[in-house]
Every structure is written in C-alpha cells, then in structure tokens.
Design a binder for this molecule. Structure first.
Ligand SMILES: *Cc1c(COP(=O)(O)O)cnc(C)c1O
Length: 387
C-alpha cells in the first residue's frame, strides 16, 4: 500500500499527475465543461462527424434492430452481418483482400503483432511509435530493435546488424504526438529490398490523408506495398474499434490466433453500424479535408511567426513544444480559463523534456476560432517566456 502511495506522490512531485475533464456535451468544436462553453482544440474527431445526422440516424436504426451489446466474443455469438459488411468495406477502402475488426485500435496492434511474431522474429520499430505497438512487440517476445524517429539511414543500419530469419518493420503512419508522417515510400522500398514484412498503424491518417481519405499509405502511393494496415474506428470515424487489413491468409491467420481478438467481446452492433455508415461519408468529405488542411497551414504559419517551436508537419496534429511539464500544464490551464481546451501532453506519453501543447484541429473549426486562439497563445506565450 505505502509503495503505491509513494509512487503516486512521485508522479505528482514531477508535475506529471493527470486528471479528467468531464465533457457534458457532444464532442464538437465547442464543448461544455463545468457548465461553460469551451473551444475544443484537442480532439481526434478530425472531420467533425460526431454529430452527423445521417450517422446518428443509422446508429439509432441499428439499436432498434439489434438492441444493445454484442453478447459474445467474435468466434462465439458476437459476430453480426454488420461485421461482414464493415470488414468488406474496410478492405475495399484500404484496397486490400481482407480485413478484420477488433474492439479497439490498441487491441488490434497488441493482437496483430503478438500473433504474427514470436521469439524467432526481429521487429524494427520507430522510436516514437504508439504505445500499443510497443506493447504488441513486448507481448510477442520478438527481438525489438528501435530505430531513430523517421531516420531511414538508421533503419538500414539496424537491419544490416540485426536482421534475422523473420522480420517486421512497423511504424505509425501519422505520429500521434508529433503529427509528422513516416516516409512510407522509403519504408516500403526498404521492406521490398530486404524481403521484410511492413506494417503501418494509420490511426491519425485515416479520413484525413490520401485519396478519399483512405490514409497515409495512399498519400505516398504505396498502399499495395504495405503488407499490414492497422487503424482505428474511433478518430476521424466517430465510433469505436480497430481494424487490420491485408492479404487474405494473413487476416485469416490473425483471426485464428490473436488473443486480444479471440478472448474479448465483439463490437456492439450500434458501433459497427456507425463505422460502416461513416466510411462512405469519410470518402465523400474532400471539401472538409481541404478546409481542414488549409486551416492547418494558416494556423502553423501564425504560430511560427509568433516564435513558437512547431515541427514541420502537414496534419491537423500541431504540437507546440514547451519542454518543462509544469510550464506546459500552466499554459493549458491559462488557456482553459480563456475558454480554450488544449491537452498538455507530458511524459510518459512523450519523451522527457518535450512536454507539449498538442493542438489538433477539426474541419468544423473556423478562421475566427483560430484567430482567437492565436491571440491567447501570443499573450500567454509571452507571459510564460516561451516566445
Ligand atoms: C489512438 C491510437 C491507437 C489506439 O486506437 P484506439 O482505437 O483508441 O484504441 C493506436 N495507434 C495510434 C497511433 C493511435 O493514435
């Protein structure tokens, strides 16, 4: 007991203690927190589909037809005709032979990697890959070789040194805390050159990048060269669940061996219906994507002009690097007082000394919204001696 109290105190003393903010409304560009209306600048709901009327209608209809809950794991009673439709739709959207849904994206990564790889494998993983990828690698028992973030020379070097009999290269498509893109064109060609399986987790790319929003591999024109596509149904797609897509025999094997797939209840029909209906809407959202990416470049330009440290990215994830976790938290608290909700991201989510405000934009934001934000960032950036 005392040991746990001590650990908790340790987290607090380092400025790393985290707490909830309770949303009392739909996740739109404005949300209600503590009864006040707040401008939301931290959501993964990039296309603003969480209150889409067609989707809400489809979801209500699914509840009327299928009721609530899934009632079983996928290989027992927890598979619905909606699963088949959704999995076929995902496969076609990702341009693969087959797809399989998991209960979350986290479980997809954990299950896919640990079912495909074992002690005989070597996994080459970007240093900034999502925690669920790292946990999947650990679960698999494979030898884990982490290469420098997006550093292809380092990847080549490490392949020379560590390549084994069976190998996997795994990367985020869009990095969740930095917003930059993995060089998937080079990763695909390195994979081909060395006969290594490639896997991309595109949680933040789906719906935002590529043809019809089909993701980062499409953005780089290498969709068919990536062997394993993982992603989530809970970001641009406003539902819950994860997916893996790829060649039929790979997906079939995962279905028969991934423990996070087999030993967990399937997705409730309502969530399947939401995701299914979302994909068509996402495909037809070119206007939204265009507006979103225009907002991103306008906003970033303004931040850089003010002197903030902003990495060079083209996605709606815009980190403002602060460094110190306490200053970062203070900054986000000031912003909240001004009616702006931005997440202060601190270790262990990001490396030490890189605490940051992680801003994410939505297609439902306006230039007027962002002018207000720029104004407040300037004021508090000066006050906290960051710019
Ligand atoms: C959010 C996220 C996940 C997890 O997906 P969930 O569906 O939320 O469990 C996996 N990978 C990346 C890169 C993510 O950002």
């Amino acid at each position: 007991m005392d040991k746990i109290k001590e650990k908790l105190e340790n987290i607090k003393s380092k400025g790393l203690y985290r707490n909830f903010k309770y949303l009392q409304s739909c996740q739109k560009s404005r949300v209600t927190i503590d009864g006040s209306e707040i401008l939301l600048l931290g959501s993964n709901n990039y296309l603003g589909l969480s209150d889409n009327l067609l989707l809400k209608e489809a979801s209500k209809n699914a509840i009327d037809k299928y009721g609530l809950g899934a009632g079983g794991s996928r290989l027992t009673t927890g598979t619905y005709d909606l699963n088949k439709k959704l999995e076929e739709k995902i496969a076609s959207f990702k341009n693969t032979e087959s797809a399989l849904t998991f209960s979350t994206g986290y479980m997809a990564n954990a299950g896919v990697i640990s079912s495909l790889c074992d002690r005989k494998w070597v996994i080459f993983s970007d240093k900034l890959n999502h925690a669920s990828i790292i946990d999947g690698c650990t679960l698999s028992g494979a030898k884990l070789v982490r290469y420098k973030h997006c550093h292809m020379d380092d990847l080549r070097n490490k392949i020379e040194i560590h390549k084994g009999e069976y190998n996997l290269i795994v990367t985020d498509g869009v990095f969740s805390m930095d917003g930059d893109l993995a060089p998937l064109d080079e990763i695909a060609s390195i994979g081909k050159e060395h006969n290594i399986l490639t896997m991309v987790d595109d949680a933040h790319g789906l719906g935002v990048l590529g043809k019809n929003g089909s993701g980062t591999p499409s953005h780089f024109n290498v969709s068919s060269e990536i062997d394993i596509h993982v992603g989530t149904l809970s970001k641009a797609i406003p539902s819950i669940g994860g997916y893996v897509a790829g060649k039929k025999h790979i997906i079939d094997y995962i279905k028969n061996s991934a423990r996070s797939f087999i030993f967990s209840t399937g997705l409730p029909p309502v969530n399947l219906a939401t995701a299914l209906e979302s994909i068509d809407i996402v495909k037809n959202s070119d206007e939204k994507r265009k507006h979103l990416l225009n907002l991103v470049s306008w906003f970033k330009e303004n931040l850089i002009q003010l002197g903030f440290q902003v990495p060079n990215t083209c996605t709606p994830i815009i980190p403002i690097i602060i460094g110190d976790p306490n200053i970062c938290t203070k900054f986000s608290e000031y912003l909240l007082e001004e009616g702006i909700y931005v997440n202060a991201i601190r270790p262990p989510t990001v490396p030490k000394n890189t605490s940051r405000l992680r801003i994410s934009l939505m297609a439902t934001h306006t230039y007027e919204d962002l002018e207000y934000v720029i104004d407040k960032l300037k004021y508090y950036g000066n006050k906290l001696n960051i710019i």
